[in-house]
Design a binder for this molecule. Structure first.
Ligand code: SF4
Length: 475
């Protein structure tokens, strides 16, 4: 990797979304991919009654786990430590990266092989490692492709979903030494596999995310399909896992229902090819495994969401990506337009806590509130309600906004508020309303042709020539 992978600012969201909407090839590609994923998910849930019962269970487990989060995290740390896994707490991305680099330097590590981890994307770990002179290579095939292209993932489950087969073939031929162009998918996979297999053998540290952490046993659960997760966590002499503090559940029996919801909702699979349950470094009696295992637990705004009874439900997320696959906005603009680590509906509700509402409120407004995301969310996160709440927080008067969300009140405009108050008063008093509509219909020729953001995509609003009251004969 030659260039830092910084995430683009969300204030350019509208321009970037517009650029994708005007690109028919990308539109076709996203539509096809989303249809494919939607159909695969539907095929896994033929019985709606059974699905709803499983969703009830998943929601209850996540809510129960969050209700006991502080206590479960303490138990988790105790159990992991007893098992020989070293636990580190990071409040910010900078702190997480510093902890990681300290561990790497303590082990004199020069290279890192990474399994898929959205939290490592969130903290921009690759960039920090590069700055510290440590080589980092992605081993998930989708992540490897976006790393080769100096891009960021456009989907939380399928990072390179925005790339066509031909684009990947051209990328491999251009960026991997000694590789000729081929657009055979099998050959492309073999090329990637060969590059990565050599790196697994030589990397000093393996990195992974975590799908769930079990407090009662001190177990890290990780699901994947390519075997790269297992290689990353067993071949190098040190394994560092990095994840958010909300991923904890109390018992092992809580894992199967959540796994079933996760894999079916994410990739339309009853179960993934690999399910890794990691409870310790290699024991004396074992042949495989790392000498040391570390877990970095990241806050990065999660406790802010946790502190608010409504916004806490954001943390129920199991990162399946189903809300993205069914979102009419994501399926048209793809993931890069959002400019955040987590795009789509989940990105709209989690990013304000990670990055602040001041830089992300445009995302909350980019929703039709159709509710498709909430309908498919396996743990029933009320995403549209959360979007409305975030919009409200963004447009609150900063003087009274409170501290529920960092950056609340950043979209407040005293002129807009005065107009809304005037509008409300007009509708409250019939005589004022009559006077307003009488004036509006007679002065309609003064209506401006440009009406801010509205006329970017719509024709200008104009009062009717005759009021409704006049049409029905009431003055
Ligand atoms: S919000 Fe729900 S549907 Fe979206 S990624 Fe999270 S769990 Fe999946």
């Amino acid at each position: 990797m030659n260039q830092p992978l910084h995430f683009v600012p969300t204030d350019e969201f509208r321009q970037r979304a517009q650029a994708v909407v005007e690109n028919p090839a990308l539109q076709k590609s996203f539509r096809g991919a989303m249809d494919f994923l939607q159909n695969k998910r539907s095929a896994q849930f033929p019985d709606d009654h059974a699905l709803q019962r499983l969703r009830d269970l998943g929601e209850a487990i996540r809510q129960y786990s969050l209700s006991r989060l502080p206590e479960l995290l303490e138990t988790l740390e105790d159990k992991l430590t007893a098992n020989g896994i070293q636990v580190h707490w990071a409040e910010t991305p900078e702190e997480a990266n510093r902890i990681f680099i300290d561990i790497a330097q303590a082990h004199e590590a020069r290279s890192v092989i990474k399994g898929k981890s959205m939290v490592s994307e969130e903290v921009e770990l690759n960039h920090a490692l590069q700055a510290a002179g440590i080589e980092a290579l992605e081993s998930d095939m989708g992540e490897y492709i976006v790393q080769l292209a100096d891009e960021k993932p456009s989907h939380i489950i399928m990072p390179a979903i925005h790339k066509t087969k031909v684009e990947i073939a051209e990328l491999f031929a251009e960026r991997i030494p000694g590789v000729d162009y081929t657009d055979s998918v099998d050959e492309l996979i073999q090329i990637g596999r060969k590059v990565l297999r050599d790196k697994f053998a030589t990397a000093d540290i393996g990195v992974s995310g975590v799908n769930m952490m079990v407090a009662e046993t001190g177990t890290l659960c990780l699901v994947e399909n390519e075997g790269n997760g297992r290689m990353s966590t067993t071949v190098p002499r040190v394994h560092i896992a990095i994840t958010g503090i909300e991923k904890v559940v109390e018992k092992l029996t809580h894992v199967p229902p959540l796994l079933s919801l996760l894999t079916r909702s994410a990739t339309g699979q009853a179960i993934t090819t690999y399910v890794n349950m990691i409870s310790s470094p290699r024991r004396d009696s074992e042949l495989d495994g790392p000498d040391a295992v570390h877990l970095i637990l990241l806050d990065n705004g999660r406790t802010q969401a946790y502190a608010d009874p409504q916004l806490r439900s954001t943390l129920q997320c199991i990162r399946c990506g189903a809300c993205m696959n069914h979102c009419p906005v994501y399926s048209r603009i793809g993931g890069h337009a959002y400019g955040t680590t987590y795009p789509g509906p989940i990105g709209k509700i989690i990013s304000p806590h990670l990055l602040g509402l001041d830089s992300t409120y445009a995302l909350a407004t980019a929703s039709t509130l159709c509710g498709a995301c909430a309908e498919v969310c396996p743990v029933r996160i009320p995403i549209p309600d959360l979007l409305i709440r975030l919009r409200t927080e963004a447009y609150k008067n900063p003087a009274t906004a409170g501290e529920a969300v960092r950056g609340a009140g950043s979209a407040y405009s005293s002129v807009a508020m005065a107009l809304w108050h005037g509008w409300a008063a007009t509708y409250r008093y019939p005589s004022l309303y009559r006077l307003f509509t009488w004036c509006a219909s007679r002065l309609r020729f003064l209506t401006p042709r440009k009406q801010g953001g509205w006329t970017r995509n719509h024709i200008a609003m104009q009062p009717a020539k005759r009021r409704f009251r006049d049409r029905v004969g009431r003055a």
